[in-house]
Write a protein that binds this ligand. Structure first.
Ligand code: PLP
Length: 380
C-alpha cells in the first residue's frame, strides 16, 4: 500500500523534546509554556455545577449563546467594540483549532500566507495542510521589530492571508498602534484576510494596551481574531477558545467549523460564561503576571543571562552569550543537563536559524520553582 499523508512526518516538537530531557535530568522545567498553578476554585465549582445539572449534550454549533454574549460584553469592556454574539463569534476547541479551521476555510492550493517568524508552531503545518505556501518575514533579536516597508514587499497577487500574533510567543514583544495602522494601510482594498492570534491579550505589562484588531474598525472588516480560555483562565488543558470576525467572514468560517468539531464541549462553556461576568477575573491578569515577570528578572540579575525586552505573554527571552558560545539547540541541552534548568531554544520557531543566542523561559510558575531555577543559574 502506498498511502500518503498530506504532511511530511515531523519529529517530536521542541516542547516534548525539552520536557523529556528535563525529566531525564531532573531539571526545573521553565521550558513548558503553561502555569504550574491551578485555576480559580470558584470557576471549577461553577463548571462542576453545570456538569451535575446535566448540561452534557450538544450545544449550538457556534457555542452557547450565554458564553457568546459574555464574550461580546467582554470585548465591549476591553476595546469599546460592539460585536453581535449571533453572527460574529464562534466557540472553538482552543485557539489551535480556530487557527487551523480559519486557514482551511480561506487558503486555497498555491495561495501564499505571510507569517512572522519566530512563529507559533501550528501555523506552518496548518497552511501546508491547506496546500498553501508559507512566506516568512523574519524578526530577530534583540528588538524583534517589523519594518512594514520590507514586509509590504512580500505581499503579492497570491497573498490570501497574513497571520500576526500579539502579545507574541516566543519573544514576549507586542505590536504597537503604529504597527496595526501600517498593516491596515498595506492590506486596504486587497482580498487579504488578517488572522490575528491574540491568545495572550490579557498578559500585557508596563501599562501598555493590547492592540487588538477590535480597535481598528477598517482592519476588523478583513480580520479574524483568535483567543484562548486556556491562557486567560490558567486552564490550558480544557482546550476551549473562540474566534471573532465580521459576519461575512464568520459565515464561511462556521460552514467549515461545523464539519470539524460541530460544537465545543457544553458544560465548561456555561461555567466560563458565569465566571467572566465579573471583569476583575481578567482585569487582574496583567498585575498578576507582571509580578512574576519582575520576580524572575530580579532573581536573574544574579546570573550572566541578560533579559530582552518583554512586555507581554508569560515568556521572557534571555541572551546567554556571556554564558556560552554554543548554538541555541546545543545550549538549551547543556543548560538542562549541566545547569539543571530546561528552557526553549528559538531556532525551531524559524524556517531558517537566525543564530541568535537567546532562550525562552516561562515565568507562569510558583515563586518556589522560580527561586530554585534562579539559584541553579546564579554565578557561583
Ligand atoms: C501564540 C499561540 N497561539 C495559539 C496557542 C494555542 O492555544 P490553545 O491552547 O487554546 O489551542 C498558543 C498556545 O501556546 C500560543 O502560544
Amino acid at each position: 500500500m502506498n498511502m500518503k499523508s498530506k504532511l511530511p512526518p515531523s519529529p517530536p516538537s521542541i516542547f516534548s523534546k525539552m520536557s523529556a530531557l528535563a525529566k531525564e535530568h531532573n531539571a526545573i522545567n521553565l521550558g513548558q509554556g503553561f502555569p504550574d498553578f491551578d485555576c480559580d476554585s470558584r470557576l471549577k465549582n461553577l463548571i462542576k455545577k453545570y456538569l451535575d445539572e446535566g448540561h452534557n449534550q450538544y450545544c449550538p454549533m457556534a457555542g452557547t449563546i450565554e458564553l457568546r454574549t459574555t464574550i461580546a460584553n467582554k470585548i465591549k469592556v476591553c476595546y469599546d467594540k460592539t460585536i453581535d454574539p449571533e453572527k460574529e463569534i464562534c466557540i472553538t476547541a482552543g485557539a489551535t483549532q480556530a487557527l487551523n479551521t480559519a486557514i482551511q476555510t480561506f487558503v486555497q492550493p498555491d495561495d501564499e500566507v505571510i507569517i512572522i517568524e519566530p512563529a507559533y508552531d501550528s501555523y506552518r503545518p496548518s497552511i501546508e495542510m491547506a496546500g498553501g505556501r508559507v512566506i516568512a518575514y523574519r524578526i530577530t533579536a534583540p528588538d524583534y521589530t517589523i519594518d512594514w516597508d520590507q514586509f509590504g514587499e512580500l505581499i503579492s497577487e497570491r497573498t490570501a492571508m497574513i497571520i500576526i500574533n500579539t502579545p507574541h510567543n516566543p519573544t514576549g514583544t507586542t505590536l504597537k498602534e503604529t504597527d496595526l495602522l501600517a498593516l491596515q494601510t498595506l492590506i486596504a482594498n486587497k482580498d487579504i484576510i488578517l488572522l490575528s492570534d491574540e491568545v495572550y491579550e490579557h498578559l500585557i505589562y508596563d501599562q501598555a494596551h493590547h492592540q487588538s484588531v477590535f480597535r481598528f474598525p477598517k482592519l476588523y472588516q478583513q480580520s479574524l481574531a483568535t483567543f484562548s480560555f486556556g491562557k486567560t483562565l490558567h486552564a490550558t488543558g480544557w482546550k476551549l477558545g473562540y474566534i471573532v470576525g465580521p459576519p461575512h467572514l464568520m459565515e464561511a468560517y462556521k460552514n467549515h467549523h461545523q464539519w470539524v468539531i460541530f460544537s465545543a464541549n457544553s458544560f465548561v462553556q456555561r461555567g466560563i460564561a458565569d465566571y467572566l461576568q465579573e471583569p476583575t477575573t481578567y482585569q487582574q491578569l496583567p498585575e498578576f503576571f507582571q509580578k512574576k515577570r519582575d520576580y524572575l528578572t530580579a532573581g536573574m540579575s544574579h546570573t550572566d543571562f541578560r533579559p530582552l525586552n518583554c512586555n507581554g505573554t508569560y515568556f521572557q527571552l534571555y541572551d546567554y552569550s556571556e554564558v556560552s558560545d554554543l548554538g541555541d539547540l546545543e545550549f538549551a541541552e547543556y543548560m538542562t543537563k549541566e545547569m539543571g534548568v530546561a528552557s526553549i531554544p528559538l531556532s525551531p520557531f524559524y524556517g531558517e536559524d537566525p543564530q541568535d543566542k537567546v532562550v525562552r523561559l516561562c515565568f507562569a510558575k510558583s515563586e518556589e520553582v522560580l527561586d530554585k531555577a534562579i539559584e541553579r543559574l546564579s554565578r557561583k
